[in-house]
Design a protein around this ligand. Structure first.
Ligand SMILES: Cc1cc2nc3c(=O)[nH]c(=O)nc-3n(C[C@H](O)[C@H](O)[C@H](O)COP(=O)(O)O)c2cc1C
Ligand SMILES: CCCCCCC(=O)C(=O)O
Length: 356
């Protein structure tokens, strides 16, 4: 495979149509979904010349975890729909690539088993846990405890989902439940028995403060698009912002993640890491996002395509393709390291009339 697009095509052919559409789809008219990728194509890079070095250092420290490149894996649900090895394959592949995996609370494998699979490949594998706050605080606390015991070193709280997005592809297929034998495993062994994941509009900043007080792990807020929310998050002491429109699966009328990034990066002003996901498919997308202020970027669907195409090996291919493309793009931009990626490198496609 020579590009993520090719792996996507193989995955499309291998997956049952209702599972492919669950993974691929977005909300409503899928405007935000498409715009996430299109927005990168509206931007262009103005490379610098004569870097004077053949060495390029692309490792980055993300809240204490060393990632070998500024690309991490965003949380996605139900990996065993893509491949029978599911999240175990993903965990092994991401550990082998020495980057951060954000495990979904809606995984079809427990966080403990994912951690064990990752640590068998690399004892220092970096694993974070994604959380939807549950109105039953006993459940939230138990999940946090299990993630902590599994060795997760940060919690990523998804805050863009007061209600579940409308996915018309799923409705068309009547896809409402996981097939027999698959479950959101983290939600099974709970007081009172298995629970569904709840999305609640009742949650507020107070609930986040409560979580803050209950754990010493760094907390990243995922799904921030408004600069004012980014400012509030930093002022309230949260440890990172993940700029994301949930892969276009929640509110359809939102901007592409990359379009929302510059104002948020400006407001945050380097006080905490600003992460981004949505539409990252090429090494040049990574370069653009870092130049516009991201510390690192996440990928969601490409991992599912790799998994469906070829299990652990497919996920490894996805990460190594992006690593190679990113390094190549950095070299072509005249960069020697991440600090060379500054916003003057990015321009909007079209003539530069009057800009100089
Ligand atoms: C099938 C699927 C499942 C997802 N599940 C979750 C989830 O459980 N928790 C979450 O916070 N985000 C979830 N997301 C959103 C991703 O974390 C991420 O924001 C998005 O996929 C990034 O966009 P990309 O797919 O274009 O890379 C999911 C996305 C997809 C496509
Ligand atoms: C009610 C099940 C929740 C799974 C959440 C997965 C998700 O975030 C998605 O976008 O799909």
């Amino acid at each position: 495979m020579i590009s993520l697009a090719e792996l996507h095509e193989v995955a499309r052919q291998r997956l049952a149509p209702e599972h492919y559409d669950y993974f691929a789809g977005g909300a409503a008219d899928e405007i935000a979904l498409e715009d996430n990728e299109q927005a990168f194509r509206r931007l262009a890079l103005l490379p610098r010349i004569l870097p004077g070095s053949a060495r390029r250092d692309v490792a980055v420290n993300l809240l204490g975890a060393w990632a070998s490149m500024p690309v991490f894996v965003s949380p996605t649900a139900f990996h065993r729909l893509a491949h029978s090895d599911g999240e175990l394959a993903t965990a092994r592949a991401v550990a082998a690539a020495r980057t951060v995996l954000i495990a979904s609370m809606a995984a079809t494998t427990t966080i403990g088993d994912m951690a064990a699979a990752a640590r068998a490949v690399d004892p220092d594998a970096a694993l974070w846990f994604q959380l939807y706050l549950q109105s039953d605080t006993e459940v939230t606390d138990l999940l946090v405890r299990r993630a902590t015991d599994a060795g997760c070193t940060a919690l990523v709280v998804t805050v863009d989902s007061p209600v579940f997005g409308h996915h018309e592809r799923d409705r068309r297929h009547g896809f409402t439940d996981l097939p027999e034998g698959l479950a959101a495993e983290n939600m099974r062994d709970l007081p009172g028995g298995p629970r569904n994941i709840e999305m609640s509009p009742v949650l507020s900043w107070d609930d986040l403060e409560r979580l803050r007080a209950s754990t010493s792990l760094p907390l990243v807020l995922k799904g921030v698009l408004h600069p004012e929310d980014a400012r509030l998050a930093v002022e309230r002491g949260f440890d990172g912002i993940l700029v994301s429109n949930h892969g276009g699966r929640q509110l359809d009328a939102v901007p592409a993640s990359i379009d929302a990034l510059p104002r948020i990066a400006e407001v945050v002003g380097g006080r905490v890491p600003v992460l981004l996901d949505g539409g990252v498919r090429r090494g040049t997308d990574v370069v653009i996002a870092l130049a516009l202020g991201a510390t690192a970027v996440g990928i969601g669907r490409p991992v599912l395509w790799g998994l469906a195409a070829d299990g652990e090996s497919g996920v490894r291919q996805v990460l190594e393709l992006l690593r190679g493309e990113f390094d190549h793009a950095l070299a072509l931009c005249g960069g020697r390291g991440l600090a060379d990626l500054t916003k003057d490198l990015v321009t909007v496609r079209g003539p530069e009339v009057g800009k100089w």
